[in-house]
Write a protein that binds this ligand. Structure first.
Ligand SMILES: *Cc1c(COP(=O)(O)O)cnc(C)c1O
Length: 390
């Protein structure tokens, strides 16, 4: 990566982050020590939720979340096609079947209208989903009140894939409070809002779900004396379910704890840059994600779509090439999951989710991260303007 390359996203690491990591490295515990629980407590307090279960990635957290909700062979899990593959793969890991609900072309989140229609069909066909995983694309919460109403009516559980959305709000409350879901999952990959290098967390209000996820995170083993079937002595533990090693290290948690002290300022800076993009791009043949009136985005991504008039075949690619040539690491979030070769192998086809596919032909993620400078942003805007000039 050249010095002048502007990526679409990147971490912000300061001296305190480095000090926090070094402190753990010289302490007694590199894993299974006191810092992970402290990070979990800080996350739970920030989100206004009872339980936070940290994991070595959001992908692991999604997998644990599905298992904790009892997802298994014969079950169905639905999510948005415009997401990272992990939102769907987590259900396949459990042996369940995955299906998708097309997006709302305005917000680019899973369409509640399409969801309701698909649920009515599914009820008639006796094939309702066990879990629906709405994804808060770019950090903007889905319409969780409406989704929760449908969850009640049709009897499914809800996992919010909030990988993009820590620091975001919905109806003035933090995303992750699980007011409208069973479990919420955040990611701490370096391009996300705060980072632990690799890492994720699942939040929930339900003690039994948190307990199941904690067991699953560590091989399905419990050392909780009150839950043991027998007790042979102080060395004794029991594997009561089939779990994994999905633990977060102390090093990661220390970085996460330190990053959390700047979480609000990161989101504020991202939001400022986004508002600035809004102004600077005004008048270009572009569409933005429409903002849900009750969502305050964490602004993980700034996504534009070429307006229909500017989106003839080849144009999208030309704009990408021109921007990359100018040293700008524009990206595309996301290739619709159902069009991935693996998912085509499961029977999905082009044409299954037309709004998601139309989105894919036009979407571009522009650079957005706290360290993006004004002159870099100006360079992005000027290069985009040139690429779009008729
Ligand atoms: C990044 C991401 C994930 C996976 O996060 P990891 O921490 O990398 O496992 C899941 N869902 C979405 C929407 C993501 O963007």
């Amino acid at each position: 990566m050249s010095a002048n390359w502007i990526p679409y996203g990147r971490q912000d690491i300061d001296g305190n982050d480095i000090e926090a990591v070094v402190e753990v490295l010289t302490s007694d515990f590199l894993t299974q020590g006191p810092v992970v629980p402290r990070f979990e407590e800080a996350l739970a307090a920030y989100c206004g939720v009872e339980h936070a279960v940290a994991a070595n990635s959001a992908t692991s957290a999604l997998h644990m979340a599905c298992l904790a909700l009892g997802v298994g062979p014969g079950d169905r899990v639905w999510t948005s096609p415009v997401t990272f593959v992990a939102s769907a793969n987590c259900a396949l890991y459990c042996g369940a079947e995955v299906d998708f609900v097309d997006i709302d072309p305005q917000t680019c989140n899973l369409s509640v209208i399409a969801l309701e229609e698909k649920l009515r069909h599914a009820r008639a066909g006796n094939c309702l989903p066990k879990v629906v995983i709405p994804v808060h694309l770019a950090g903007q919460s889905c319409d969780m009140q409406a989704i929760a109403r449908l969850a009640e009516e049709f009897g499914f559980a809800v996992i919010e894939d909030a990988a993009h959305a820590i620091g975001g709000r919905y109806h003035q409350r933090p995303v992750g409070d699980c007011r409208y879901s069973d479990i919420t999952v955040f990611s701490f990959h370096p391009v996300k809002i705060i980072t632990t290098a690799e890492g994720g967390v699942a939040t929930t209000m339900k003690a039994e779900l948190a307990e199941r996820m904690r067991d699953l995170r560590s091989h399905g083993i419990t050392r909780d004396r009150g839950r043991l079937l027998q007790d042979d002595g102080p060395w004794y533990y029991e594997q009561q379910s089939l779990g994994f090693n999905y633990r977060m290290t102390e090093i990661q948690a220390a970085l996460g704890l330190s990053q959390m002290t700047r979480l609000d300022s990161f989101v504020e800076r991202r939001s400022e840059l986004a508002r600035q993009y809004d102004r600077l791009l005004d008048g270009m043949p572009l569409m933005r994600q429409e903002e849900h009136p009750h969502s305050d985005s964490s602004w993980h991504l700034y996504i534009v779509r070429l307006a229909a008039s500017a989106a003839d075949a080849g144009r999208h690619r030309q704009v990408f090439d021109a921007l990359r040539h100018a040293g700008i690491g524009v990206n595309l979030h996301y290739i619709p999951v159902h069009l991935q070769p693996y998912y085509r192998g499961l029977g999905f086809r082009q044409g299954d989710f037309p709004h998601a596919e139309d989105y894919y032909r036009r979407a571009i993620s522009l650079p957005l991260y706290p360290g993006l400078t004004q002159s870099q942003q100006d360079h992005v805007v000027a290069s985009l303007g040139r690429a779009l000039a008729p």
